[in-house]
Design a protein around this ligand. Sequence first.
Ligand code: SF4
Length: 632
Amino acid sequence: MTEPGERFFPFASIRAGQREFMKDVRDTVESGKILIAHAPTGIGKTVAVLVPAVQYALENEKTVFFLTSKRSQHKIAIDTLRLIKEYAGPMLNLVAVDITSKQSMCPRATSVQREFYSLFSEFCRYEQKNKRCRYFLKNDEEALQRIKGEILHVEKLCNWCATRGVCPHKAALEVAEDADVVVCDYNYLFAPDIAEKILEKIETGLEDLIVIVDEAHNLPDRIRNNLSNTLRMSTVTSAARAIKYEDREMHGNLVELENIFTKLVKKASANNGVEIAVERDFLEEEIEKVLRRRIDRINYDEFVKRLHSIAEDFENKKEKEREEVQRNIITVAEFLDEWRTRERCVRIFSLAQRDNPALYFKLLDPSVISEQKFARAHSTILMSGTLCPTSMYADVLGATQDRIKGKEIFMREYKSPFPEENRKIVITEELTTKYTERGEEMYRRVAAKIGEVARYVRGSMAVFFPSYALLNSISAYLPEDVSRRAMVERQKMSKREKNELYELLRDTDGGILLAVQGGSLSEGIDYESNTLKAIIVVGLPLSPPTLEVKMIERYYADKYGSAKGRLYGYLYPAVTKVLQAAGRGIRSEQDRCIIVLMDYRFAQYPYKNCLPPDYDVTVTCSAEADCKKFFA
Ligand code: SF4
């Protein structure tokens, strides 16, 4: 029997866990609350969240804002919406639009403009204001009707609009005004200033949004990274050199900025030799001091503005030279502009690359952004296959006593709907990548164990390492029969090369992928058709105890107590990467995979408490025997 909220469910049957999740989504939207859902792969969460959310939105004139962190997730959401529309037939007049960033949709943006939003935004604003963009000037009702009627993938939408000479972003936003669902990037809600502008353009208030955050384990870091930036000394030097003959005064100002870096190098060297914390006001005061001494007295703001306009003036130079110079000058300008944020940030000067020091900052607490959004939105659903423990995500995103500014939070952890016997999880004793036990002897033993396990795997497998350094150190000792079948991820591989590596693995029977945890091969790629029959996760990708990690730990320790400081700042981010890598094997009911967690710490406190409740593990020193049995 169809329950309320299941009316548009487009498949014949509802999976175990899926119905429960749909009911929770329905309750969340009806009561205007927040749901934090750990929903393992296989529950079919995209359709389970969209069906009740869309139905509620249509009945109550709300808009579903489906937010993703990656482009691949857009495709799944749009395909699901098309299925729902097709299934419901003429009784459902569903309007949904797929939007990515303005610069990525613009048919005119150059590669540097795609990289730097400020440069692109200035260009686009100028073109619009001076009526120079023919795409913007053209109104095409037919194009709008097609976007409204068809639910197009963003690539198709952009191509269609570009061939008709219409601005794709403008057209998509016009359709978004009447849309029931908008599929877009996290930035459309969480990047500073963007949400207000977009919501104003599509004439919708936050109060009317049902917010769905897909792969929400990425949200805290994404919010932090949105308010972060790095400036390297080499960038300042190159920018100064490039304008030496164009603008002597600004050249002098940039040389003074280099001198401030030199001062920081001395300070850091005298301190611990690696990194030091820098106060927000220090840089501003130093720059103001320097600018006051110059002939052409300008202040900090004018300095930043002049850098921006110099970068724009480089438009007429030769293509290659222009891009390089623009990139350097804009990097300096954007950094100085963003450095002055009043939000609490980690601010560090680092000598990690001795010959190219860096100054960087990063938002400390993502809840300063997320809390206000969740409090004002009509309702919010945060979902992921690795949103575990849900209570940590609630805390990190702004909960106090299970509420965000008075809004109640539901926390749910659903069980995997797949047969338990299809997944075996083994923790190996005696092996580790713990810093104090690293060395040739341990690398040999880990490599030998990988070889022993690999011998019994029927099909292809992946081994995920905590870092490229450990991948290289351990793989040097892999037995010959493993090395021969290995396909290795390298540090500087492009996205395309990584995709090719995946395709090669998919098309080779018995291939062995060697890659890193936290990379796109362990998180971004969806391994189709049970490509991976075994996954070995070697060690834990714990961050080195940098000043940044210590500052985050200290911050959460002050806020939630010392135990949570360590968990939130240090342990959970590493465990999330492990779970992402381990979860690549089973994507459907028929898939079978053995997961070997190759580090004894997974069986010990506090790490074992970080594993999801449905992880039924066997601790052993002979993982190869379990592997043999699994494939027998
Ligand atoms: S108006 Fe549209 S097409 Fe024109 S520059 Fe801006 S984004 Fe590009």
